[in-house]
Design a protein around this ligand. Structure first.
Ligand SMILES: [Zn+2]
Length: 381
């Protein structure tokens, strides 16, 4: 991620600190300096640094649990408003989402319990001092902050941890779409509460409220779109191969076919077998660089993703829209069956109306895995 400094790779996960986080550290130091000089500034910065170590541990809690279910965790970034763990997907199986969501706050519970023998309490008295001034007060404030983190994260504000726990519990009796919808309404209500409280007391709450509100909205859209692809397979969306090219044909043939047949992306066949694909961007660039007489083989893509007729679009559609590849051959073994393009996906979404969320008793018809590129949670106010 841009503007982020890598600090380590625990469990193989890249952990980064966003540059804006360092500004917060300096700001806290400056506040400490104003209250009690350089010593207070150092204690204050030490507290914030330790607290953010706890946030990283919290994110690692989510991440390690997610990895147990085969989810890839790309990175963890520390922002001034909290940590984010970027996961390749969020399992639709309620029990898995529940365990992943619970694992983060559980780490902070463990920290509170570990510090209990030192401080003699689970929830130490905040006292009048804002910042610590010796080791015992540092430990007390750290424990208190962890206790507050647990409570804050367990608020039912989807997509924060508490909201995910709520959705996973709702998804047991309800459909996944309905469970998400209800969790989103709850999340947005809490987000508006954050903004109102934040305007009065703390601008950070306004930021978190905004993050929760729009995070809930975009995740709801993803879940609904995916639901529209449920049961749809590549064979349902594919069209015939269209005009195909040979590797030796000149690139000018692409221009001719675009003019004559309004076809912009091509499958390339050599001796009857699929040898490559050539999309509009690629051949146009190649014509500019190498000229229209250069052969198709110099511009075509040789490594690409293929679908099978039974490929489920509920898992493939998002990759299709985010990948550089625009044309996807559909193959059954060695046999070319047809092609699916990004435009086919967009057209499908335009003409299909999403199913209304339905109550379907205690059974779950949801697939267990998704390709949703979801970010996990914010964890610190
Ligand atoms: Zn969390």
């Amino acid at each position: 991620m841009k503007w982020a400094l890598p600090i380590g790779r625990p469990f193989g996960i890249r952990v980064e600190i966003h540059a804006t986080f360092l500004l917060i550290l300096l700001y806290i130091g400056w506040r400490g300096w104003g209250l009690g000089g350089p010593t207070t500034a150092l204690w204050a910065m030490l507290l914030v640094a330790l607290l953010f170590v706890c946030v990283i541990l919290h994110e690692l809690g989510h991440s390690v649990m997610a990895m147990r279910f085969g989810v890839q965790v790309r990175y963890i970034v520390l922002f001034p408003i909290g940590g984010v763990a970027a996961m390749s997907e969020i399992p639709e199986k309620p029990i898995r989402e529940f365990l992943i969501a619970v694992a983060g706050p559980l780490v902070n519970v463990v920290i509170v319990l570990l510090l209990r023998p030192i401080t003699g309490s689970f929830f130490p008295d905040p006292g009048i001092e804002v910042f610590p001034y010796d080791v015992p007060s540092l430990i007390e404030k750290l424990q208190l902050a962890n206790a507050i983190l647990v409570i804050f994260n367990l608020l039912p504000a989807f997509p924060m941890d508490g909201g995910r726990i709520l959705r996973s519990l709702l998804a047991i009796p309800l459909s996944y779409e309905w469970a998400t919808q209800i969790a989103v309404w709850g999340g947005q209500a809490v987000a508006i509460g954050f903004v109102l409280l934040g305007l009065r007391w703390n601008p950070f709450l306004v930021l978190i409220g905004g993050f929760v509100f729009f995070g809930a909205l975009s995740e709801n859209r993803l879940v609904r779109t995916r639901a529209r692809f449920r049961g749809v397979r590549a064979a349902d969306l594919m069209s015939g191969p269209g005009a195909v090219l040979g590797p030796e044909q000149p690139l000018s043939d692409c221009m001719r076919l675009l003019a004559d047949r309004r076809q912009a992306d091509f499958l390339v066949l050599a001796e009857g077998r699929l040898a490559g694909i050539l999309e509009r961007d690629r051949w146009m660039r190649a014509v500019e660089v190498r000229g229209a007489d250069a052969p198709v083989s110099t511009a075509m893509r040789r490594s690409f993703v293929c679908f099978r007729p039974i490929t489920e679009m509920s898992t493939a559609w998002k990759d299709m829209l985010t990948m550089d590849q625009k044309l996807f051959p559909v193959m059954e073994g060695d046999e070319l069956m047809g092609r699916v393009t990004q435009e086919d996906i967009v057209r499908f979404l335009a003409r299909s109306r999403g199913p209304e969320p339905v109550f379907h008793g205690w059974s779950s018809a949801s697939p267990s895995r998704t390709t949703q590129q979801s970010r996990w949670s914010i964890d610190l106010g």
